[in-house]
Design a protein around this ligand. Structure first.
Ligand code: NAP
Length: 293
């Protein structure tokens, strides 16, 4: 899946804040954080932007490839009284991640929270795959996109009085899920990277890893794999509810949060009964597939 985002290696354009009315009802004792959110053009990232904009005074930097979608999200956030800059970014490109952080500092002078959310999925059995390039694309966006952005952001997060890194993982980073070998690989890698980074940074830069279950976004339509797949949307968490729980977990500086009850049970019980958890995950994935047909 290649998206024509209009973002090229050499073409970088950010849009600075306009028509915004900063709010004065700050939470955190008057602290007004500058928040960078990747993957903010739709789904969970858009909902996180709206959740921050509606719950506190803050300055938002929205990043993703589709500049038109970013503009639409920025308009909604500005209506909530928030200053917003958009910076079209392909997070699989290190130069663009560097530019994202550099522009954030140029525009707002600081960076306080980094929300790593940009991601893409897959929906095809490993043995049916003809094109192994998918694995590179998944790891480049889902893993390296988080690593690059964190690398360029950390010197500025270190200077913040209240820094945070918020990592959107997945239940697919906690347990294997059929038809998602490459996606699970990238999300397990994300977990490993940030668990290790936390041991290096300690409390100086708190890291919250959140693992959502099924959330009703475009991720399944955007996934690599056959396009005749028509994903079901029943029984999923709304992006709004997911974003509320993510922001709450970050505010409370939680280390790790698994969002759904079935996810929590799978996470807790897997070390003891892995075969049963694998069977239940497989059954659930196939139920979702049947419901979609
Ligand atoms: N939905 C779920 O059921 C679910 C469950 C667990 C975890 N998650 C995680 O939640 C995160 C958000 O997913 P979502 O469900 O909100 O999916 P989504 O609606 O498809 O949104 C994905 C976001 O990532 C951006 N993105 C994709 N590739 C990018 C790239 N190379 N560079 C920059 N931005 C990129 C997309 O924007 P552009 O296309 O404009 O670049 C979009 O804003 C992902 O990390 C996903 O793994 C989702």
């Amino acid at each position: 899946m290649e998206k024509d985002s209009g973002v090229g290696e050499e073409e970088y354009t950010s849009y600075e804040p306009e028509d915004s009315v900063p709010r004065d009802d700050a939470v955190n004792g008057g602290f007004v954080p500058v928040i960078v959110i990747t993957g903010a053009s739709s789904g969970i990232g858009e909902a996180i932007a709206l959740q921050y904009a509606s719950s506190r005074a803050c300055q938002l930097v929205l990043a993703a490839r589709s500049r038109d979608k970013l503009k639409a999200v920025a308009i909604k956030c500005r209506k909530l009284g928030c200053e917003v800059a958009i910076i079209p970014t392909d997070v699989s490109k290190p130069k663009q991640c560097k530019f994202l952080i550099k522009e954030t500092i140029r525009i707002f002078g600081r960076l306080d929270y980094l929300v790593l959310n940009a991601g893409v999925s897959m929906h095809i059995a490993f043995e049916e795959l003809k094109d192994l390039e998918i694995f590179h694309k998944l790891i480049d966006t889902n893993y390296f996109g988080y690593v690059y952005t964190t690398h360029f952001a950390l010197p500025f997060l270190r200077k913040s009085p209240q820094p945070k890194i918020v990592v959107i993982g997945s239940l697919s980073g906690e347990t294997g899920v059929p038809l998602r070998t490459g996606y699970c690989g990238s999300k397990f890698a994300v977990n490993g990277f940030f668990e290790a980074l936390r041991t290096e940074l300690g409390p100086a830069v708190p890291i919250t890893i959140v693992s959502p279950g099924y959330v009703d976004t475009e991720i399944r339509q955007n996934a690599y794999g056959p396009k005749d797949f028509n994903p079901a949307s029943g029984g999923m968490m709304s992006p709004k509810r997911c974003a509320e729980l993510i922001v709450e977990a970050a505010d409370q500086r939680r280390r790790k949060v698994v969002l759904t009850l079935s996810g929590k049970l799978a996470y807790a019980l897997r070390p003891f009964v892995p075969d049963i958890i694998d069977m239940l995950v497989k059954r659930k994935a196939h139920q979702k597939k049947k419901a979609a047909l």
